[in-house]
Design a protein around this ligand. Structure first.
Ligand code: HEM
Length: 152
């Protein structure tokens, strides 16, 4: 197996875990609205998973993407539109999503640690968390669509 195949494997696997987690976590946060007592059990585990699974897999997509560009000798060359879109727009989406979700996860963890935080306040934070996840999903899917169509 070539080095490029391994890096490519990481790019696709990272993408699968990242996108899959975003969709499942957003759905779980929506579900939580109907079961208020889940705030104490679901939110701590979800925020941990964002930090230790979701964001790391997004980072793997970024690092493996840069490695692929270097390995394929595409650095500084004229690339088809879909590659430029993936590299530039995709790269920004990865960084933005990681930063926003990290800040939101930390905010929720801090609220959970305070005993006087109201359920209503936590619910609002959880909703914003879910909105960021759905936003990230839509932006990622736009990259997947452009790459699928191989727009030049
Ligand atoms: C939202 C972020 C991203 C998504 C959804 C994504 C998705 C994909 C997909 C589905 C492929 C397989 C299609 C193919 O091989 O033609 C791919 C390949 C590739 N990706 Fe990404 N990617 C993302 C970010 C990046 C970034 C940030 C870079 C570079 C800095 C990058 C560089 C590449 C390269 C060089 C290939 C191989 C292209 C080829 O074989 O023609 N990707 N990506």
């Amino acid at each position: 197996m070539s080095m490029q195949a391994i890096v490519y494997f990481f790019h696709i696997t990272g993408l699968a875990i990242w996108l899959g987690s975003l969709i499942i976590f957003a759905l779980q946060l929506q579900q939580m609205r109907h079961y208020a007592d889940q705030q104490e059990t679901l939110l701590p585990s979800l925020t941990k998973l964002v930090k230790w699974l979701l964001n790391p897999s997004a980072f793997i997509v970024l690092v493996s993407g840069v490695a692929l560009i270097l390995q394929m000798g595409l650095m500084g060359t004229t690339k088809p539109f879909y590659l430029n879109y993936m590299e530039q727009f995709g790269g920004v989406v990865i960084l933005l999503s990681m930063i926003v979700l990290f800040i939101q996860a930390r905010g929720i963890q801090k609220s959970l640690a305070k005993s006087q935080t109201s359920k209503h306040h936590l619910q609002a934070k959880a909703r914003n968390f879910a909105i960021s996840m759905i936003g990230s999903t839509v932006l990622i899917l736009s990259v997947v669509l452009v790459v699928s169509m191989k727009l030049v």
